[in-house]
Design a protein around this ligand. Structure first.
Ligand code: CA
Length: 223
């Protein structure tokens, strides 16, 4: 799950980013409305968390542009403006939820989960490949009924590969999905994670699910 966070208070942004990353989310944090709009319009996110008062473009303007571009990603407003008219304006411009600062991180997390759950309501929470099952709500993997402990990065990689089952995913795409935009795509860290993941899900099983396609990328294959 990839989240875009637009928040100009860097301390707040870093606190939220760290907290969400511990909960298995990948977070791109940007600090002004202009850059924020560019990122938001990429349509690459599962959820956006927007501050309202931002340099260059405010959160409501960003949201209107996003909805105009037919991007229906859930949006949570996070702001110090907590008067009733402000809430109404926020929700009327197409936000899905609203949280006033200061807030408890637990509450932010609960709202993030609820918004993503609502978005995924039609989709199954279980991703499967043969006897490998990933529960995307509880963040638990099992193979042949045995629970597998995953780190947040391993989880993100596995989730993405399972969502795209039987399709070869390039290292670049996978890296982009699992890391924020500051990450240097030329390092081989993704291969390190893939090896760890392979050890966890395939070791001791006859059928190897996680396959490397040399020079191209990776694929979870059932057949
Ligand atoms: Ca602000």
């Amino acid at each position: 799950m990839k989240i875009l966070l637009i928040e100009d208070e860097k301390k707040v942004a870093s606190f939220i980013k760290k907290g969400l990353e511990q909960e298995f989310y990948t977070v791109d944090a940007v600090f002004d409305g202009k850059e924020g709009l560019t990122f938001a319009l990429s349509g690459e996110y599962d959820l956006m968390i927007l501050d309202i008062m931002l340099p260059y473009r405010d959160g409501i303007t960003i949201l209107r542009e996003v909805r105009k571009a037919k991007i229906d990603t859930p949006v949570l407003f996070l702001t110090a403006k907590d008067t009733v008219p402000d809430k109404v304006t926020g929700l009327d411009s197409g936000a899905d939820d609203y949280l006033a600062k200061p807030f408890a991180f637990e509450e932010l997390l609960a709202r993030v989960r609820a918004l993503i759950r609502r978005k995924d309501a039609e989709k199954s929470v279980l991703l499967k490949a043969l006897d490998l099952v990933l529960d995307t709500q509880r963040h638990i993997a099992e193979r042949n009924g045995t629970e597998i402990q995953l780190t947040p990065k391993e989880y993100s990689i596995l989730e993405y590969l399972l969502k795209n089952k039987n399709k070869v995913i390039s290292r670049t795409i996978l890296t982009e999905h699992v890391y924020d935009f500051h990450f240097d795509p030329d390092t081989n860290v993704i291969d390190v994670y893939i090896n760890k993941l392979r050890n966890k899900i395939d070791k001791g099983f006859e059928k190897q699910l996680l396959n490397t396609v040399r020079g191209v990328g990776y694929v979870i294959r059932e057949d």
